[in-house]
Design a protein around this ligand. Structure first.
Ligand code: SAM
Length: 339
């Protein structure tokens, strides 16, 4: 599907009279009704004034906007979905359902992997001032571990969206098994085009998910749209310490890391006021060793499940992700309010 999509893009950019397929067409075909299907309406057809004035039926982008985003295209939504469909089993079975960093104070802090992850969730959510019963969006919710933790600890109603159908299903099953499916619901959706009306949520979190945004401006405008006026969004991401940092993108399907200052500018241009900014050296510096030690402890099970080659390759990827050190990468939590 992804290859077909690329082929379509290439062909349509070469020929000025042809229609341009929008990015939603890159989604794989799934039976789930919440998953987009590739219908011919996902195309900006050339109109009477030529294709420059055309708009896509599904995402309402102009042809020009679509063309620009296609030129920047390095990856597709389908590839991100595939990445997390594939990674979800390992995260669920061996990492307590978390697919991101945790928080430890120092080397001798013996908090478990799960507690480390929960501490980081608290740091993010505490910036929001979330009240019991409020309606929270978790944009890029993974396996729902953080969302379910937030339901239990803060008494919020949480809606999690992920681009991975496997994750959404596993998250919903987890919520049912833990008896919180009334307060935590999960669905497949793209945070660039959220299926919610405006002013719908009291608050939102996006924990290590926006680095997959192919159009960050669009994703932030969507978060802004679905938040009620006065509602806050808290975002957690790895950030470059400075423009001189050697930090590189974590996955091929990801953005190049940005500095905290650049993140703040993006939020401001989407209409938010940044009210809080945490820069934690600890989260990045203290997570790597814990994750790799834990991985080594369970690697005999991983070899049985995934084979030797894959087990070694994943470990190598983890080592590379943490090799730069905190002089180059830091952990950023930003809380911003919709005016
Ligand atoms: C590194 S994981 C973080 C998961 C979760 N926030 C956590 O704390 O464990 C990134 C998540 O972002 C989701 N994601 C990436 N691109 C997305 C998009 N365009 N729309 C919705 N979710 C997306 C992935 O499916 C995955 O669940």
């Amino acid at each position: 599907m992804v290859d077909e999509y690329r082929e379509l893009l290439r062909a349509s950019l070469k020929s000025p009279d042809s229609a341009l397929p929008c990015r939603l067409l890159a989604r794989p075909q799934r039976s789930s009704p919440t998953y987009g299907s590739s219908s011919p309406t996902h195309i900006a057809q050339p109109g009477r004034r030529g294709r420059q004035g055309a708009r896509c039926d599904c995402c309402n982008q102009t042809y020009r906007q679509m063309e620009n985003s296609v030129r920047e295209l390095n990856w597709t939504l389908a590839e991100v979905a595939e990445l997390y469909d594939g990674a979800s089993q390992l995260a669920e079975k061996y990492f307590y359902g978390y697919e991101r960093l945790g928080y430890w104070y120092d080397d001798s802090d013996d908090a478990s992997l799960e507690e480390g992850a929960k501490r980081l969730t608290r740091k993010v959510v505490d910036t929001l001032g979330l009240r019991g019963g409020e309606n929270l969006l978790d944009a890029g919710c993974g396996l729902g571990a953080a969302a379910i933790h937030i339901v239990g600890e803060y008494g919020a109603q949480v809606t999690g969206v992920t681009i991975s159908p496997v994750e959404a299903e596993k998250a919903q099953t987890r919520a049912s098994e833990l008896g919180v499916s009334d307060q935590a619901r999960f669905e497949v959706a793209d945070y660039h085009a959220l299926p919610f009306p405006e002013n719908h949520f009291d608050a939102a979190v996006a924990i290590e998910s926006l680095f997959h945004a192919f159009d960050l401006e669009k994703a932030l405008l969507e978060l802004h749209r679905v938040l009620r006026p006065g509602g806050c969004v808290a975002v957690a991401e790895m950030a470059k310490t400075s423009d001189a940092s050697q930090a590189k993108k974590a996955f091929p399907q990801a953005r190049e890391p940005m500095t905290t200052e650049s993140w703040i500018k993006e939020f401001e241009s989407a209409g938010f006021v940044v009210e809080e900014r945490i820069q934690s050296r600890r989260a990045y510096a203290n997570t790597g060793k814990r994750h790799i030690d834990h991985y080594d402890k369970v690697s005999h099970l991983l070899v049985e499940e995934y084979g030797e080659e894959m087990t070694v390759a994943i470990r190598q990827g983890m080592q590379e992700a943490f090799q730069l050190g905190p002089d180059h990468l830091t952990y950023m939590i930003l809380c911003a309010r919709k005016q």
